[in-house]
Design a protein around this ligand. Structure first.
Ligand code: BG6
Length: 478
């Protein structure tokens, strides 16, 4: 058997800040278990949970195990889980206390037993405490003999351009840029990065995916779930900041950016930033729909008068020759009919479609999750004397049959390797806030009214109307 490429090649100590929170339970603990299961972890590693909640180590182990068993159900390998737990400990403390961080450091020194461990700090806390944690990590030096401390910070990076700049300032006044790993978990999804690989590998796609042939692009980030106990966070953020500014812009960038000749962290970051900087919103009022599902205001931690959007749809353009006049529709929402992250490229009508207006357009559909697949929907003529065309769907699931890991596990390995290609950098984050801030301002000025939709649908009717006025339609996949 060959050695998997995605493997942690260095002994490490991972400190998880916010270890009692939902992100850690939902994503990080199961990913660590999976890394062990697939033999991606080094012989020696330590995982230290840190949070304000007081908990014994035994209780923390129970939480850890519960989250793994919930994810892997009866497939959970108890021996592997026990092997991980042997290396897991817990420290409770405040996020703004130098004394508590010093205690944490002493704890780490004890459990490392003089080994040479690379140390990583994972921010799985609410963003409101990022600054406190950064400041304490800066004060109490956590660098080890093996390396400087690496900080893995998960989005959101600020709340708007101003706060993102402030976050960078706080980070850089305590750490070098080289120590920062800014995580958007969508970049750890194999299918998302594959968008770029597909374009590099297939001249057919490289040729077709450009303005000369494309009528419009649709990117969906639809979830059937609601805020899942995170209303406290979501209420202050909304769908535009939560999903569009980050995940959907990243997908759009991989799909449409100029392909750099060399692929490395710098060229990919530059390519994405250039693309995001070139995004244009032509007519705010006619190009943005904000929606909220019925019943949201009655949920726990939600203001009964809340106008936070749980749905957003945009019509935007890429100000580049290659994409001249091609609308890009982005759509995201909670409590939608089904969960679907997808890209649909609708091709320009050909002579036949111009003659027979009711014919379906040709489409390339890339389903990123769930059930990753690529499908071409091409018109073909039925037999017989009638002019009778029908879409020929040639689809294929994209199985992850190689060296595949969950997003968070994959990205942890990349951070240990020190490769930042699958992380973000601040210039691209600034570019996306620069764009999104203008829409948020319009929300705040009430220039774009809040619309409503029923849970279990594809969002407000206004989102359909937005496309209809331009003669387009959403290609919903159920
Ligand atoms: C997170 C958002 O970044 O992504 C959540 O904060 C959202 O609100 C989640 O539910 C979606 O991620 P995934 O991997 O389930 O598509």
């Amino acid at each position: 058997m060959t050695t998997p490429f995605q493997i942690a090649q260095h002994d490490f100590t991972l400190i998880i800040f916010g270890a009692s929170g939902s992100l850690a339970k939902l994503k990080i603990f199961p990913s660590l278990y999976q890394l062990q299961l697939e033999k991606r972890l080094p012989v020696d590693f330590r995982i230290v949970g840190y949070a304000r909640t007081e908990m014994s180590e035994k209780e923390f182990h129970e939480e850890f195990s519960k989250s793994v068993r919930e994810k892997f159900k009866e497939m959970t390998d108890e021996k592997i889980l026990a092997k991980v737990l042997k290396n897991v400990s817990y420290v409770s403390g405040q996020y703004d206390s130098e004394a508590d961080f010093t205690r944490l450091k002493e704890h780490i020194a004890t459990i490392e037993e003089k080994g040479k461990f690379m140390r990583l700090a994972y921010f799985s806390t609410p963003p409101s405490v990022f600054e406190a944690v950064i400041t304490q990590l800066g004060r109490v030096n956590f660098d080890s003999q093996a390396s400087k401390l690496r900080l893995i910070i998960e989005k959101p990076f600020g709340y708007d351009l101003k706060s993102a700049k402030n976050l960078e300032k706080v980070l850089l006044s305590n750490f070098d840029e080289s120590q920062l790993f800014l995580l958007d978990h969508y970049l750890g999804k194999e299918a998302v990065f594959n968008l770029l690989s597909l374009r590099y590998a297939n001249p057919i796609l490289t040729t077709l995916i450009q303005g000369a042939y494309v009528r419009n692009i649709q990117i969906n980030g639809l979830e059937n779930l609601g805020t899942e106990g995170r209303a406290n966070y979501f209420e202050h953020v909304g769908s535009l900041r939560d999903m569009v500014q980050s995940h959907l812009f990243q997908i759009l960038a991989f799909l449409t950016m100029d392909l750099p000749e060399k692929i490395n962290s710098e060229t990919i970051h530059r390519g994405k930033r250039n693309l995001i900087e070139s995004l244009v919103l032509k007519d705010k009022k006619a190009s943005v729909v904000r929606g909220q599902y019925d019943g949201y205001r009655k949920e726990k931690d939600v203001d009964p008068k809340s106008d936070t959007e749980t749905f957003a749809a945009l019509r935007i353009f890429i100000d580049e020759m290659r994409w001249h006049n091609v609308p890009v529709y982005l759509r995201t929402g909670k409590k939608m009919k089904n969960q679907l992250t997808s890209v649909v490229i609708e091709f320009k009508p050909q002579a036949l479609q111009k003659l027979h207006k009711d014919l379906e357009p040709n489409k390339l559909i890339i389903q990123l999750q769930p059930n990753e697949k690529i499908e071409f929907s091409l018109l073909t003529k039925m037999g017989g004397s009638e002019v009778n065309f029908t879409p020929l769907n040639t689809g294929r699931p994209i199985y992850c049959s190689g060296d595949c890991l969950d997003e968070h596990g994959r990205l942890l390995i990349e951070a240990i390797k020190g490769d930042k290609m699958l992380f973000l950098d601040f210039p691209e984050i600034y570019a996306s806030w620069g764009f999104v801030d203008k829409i948020i301002d319009a929300f705040e000025e009430n220039e774009i009214p809040l619309t409503h939709y029923k849970p279990g649908t594809f969002g407000p009717k206004e989102s359909y109307e937005m496309l209809e006025q331009y003669g387009h339609k959403w290609h919903d996949i159920v």
